[in-house]
Design a protein around this ligand. Structure first.
Ligand SMILES: Nc1ncnc2c1ncn2[C@@H]1O[C@H](COP(=O)(O)OP(=O)(O)OP(=O)(O)O)[C@@H](O)[C@H]1O
Length: 245
């Protein structure tokens, strides 16, 4: 059997003595498109930061592509929550995407020809060719999201982690982005955090519910009762309600 892309065993994580994640176990397999849902503060971003090796578990084990998260770092593309990224940074779309090529031997602003060549198909795939010379601050929220996705793709990752990539963007743009993720999923494993359960379960086969602990469900098993139980209160999920009405 193939080694999972992400393997987490009996993981505990604390922030200043407060347990944020407890006894988390998770296997994400090659080529999987996994959705991740859960209430605010449930620990989803923390789990991403652990997978990226930015923070260490207090207990348990985590491997990514059969290596430590730190060793696997260059094989992971990460799109953080949009609100956590400065948007008034004075750079063009092209320069922002090139930042995804940063690494040993590459300095900011001193790009090699092969870096510029490498980003061309990515600009094309993410629909950014017409915007390539525009400054980040002049873009809409959805266009900016595409830039952050393209930046994450520039390092040619095997695993893509997307933290609420469709927050604050309109429904059409959300559909377009998920179509792009579906296309990308043909060549890479994807984990996407979303609060739009009905929508995300349409695209993914499995959903990890994170609220201090983690439980996986097939997307067909997700019911309003299960969601209410996980969030601790009823959740307004427009598309979910429509689909299950
Ligand atoms: N740097 C930090 N120091 C201390 N506590 C933190 C830190 N970052 C997050 N936390 C706490 O850890 C818990 C989990 O936060 P996390 O951001 O992982 O949740 P989340 O599920 O991603 O939430 P959201 O859906 O709101 O993005 C929260 O209680 C949060 O306040």
């Amino acid at each position: 059997m193939q080694t999972p892309v992400i393997n987490i065993q009996n993981l505990d994580f604390d922030y200043q003595g407060q347990t944020v994640l407890h006894d988390v176990n998770l296997n994400v397999h090659q080529g999987e498109f996994l959705g991740m849902v859960g209430p605010n503060g449930g620990g989803k971003t923390t789990l991403f930061r652990l997978i990226l090796g930015l923070i260490q578990p207090r207990r348990g084990k985590i491997t990514v592509l059969n290596q430590s998260p730190h060793q696997a770092r260059r094989a992971i593309g990460y799109v953080p929550q949009a609100l956590k990224f400065p948007v008034d940074f004075p750079m063009t779309v092209e320069e922002a995407v090139l930042m995804g090529r940063l690494g040993p031997g590459n300095r900011l602003g001193f790009w090699k020809k092969n870096d510029r060549t490498a980003i061309e198909p990515i600009l094309e795939e993410t629909g950014l060719i017409p915007l390539r010379k525009r400054r980040l601050e002049d873009l809409s929220g959805g266009q900016r999201q595409r830039v952050f996705i393209a930046r994450a793709l520039a390092g040619n990752p095997q695993l893509l982690l997307l933290d609420e990539p469709t927050a604050n963007i309109d429904v059409q743009m959300e559909e377009d982005l998920f179509q792009l993720f579906r296309q990308l999923n043909q060549r890479m494993t994807i984990v996407v955090v979303s609060h739009d359960l009905g929508f995300v379960s349409h695209y993914v086969s499995r959903i990890a519910c994170v609220n201090r602990s983690l439980h996986c469900h097939n997307s067909t098993q997700i019911t309003p009762e299960l969601i209410e139980h996980m969030y601790g209160h009823p959740v307004r999920v427009s598309r979910f309600a429509q689909e299950t009405a």
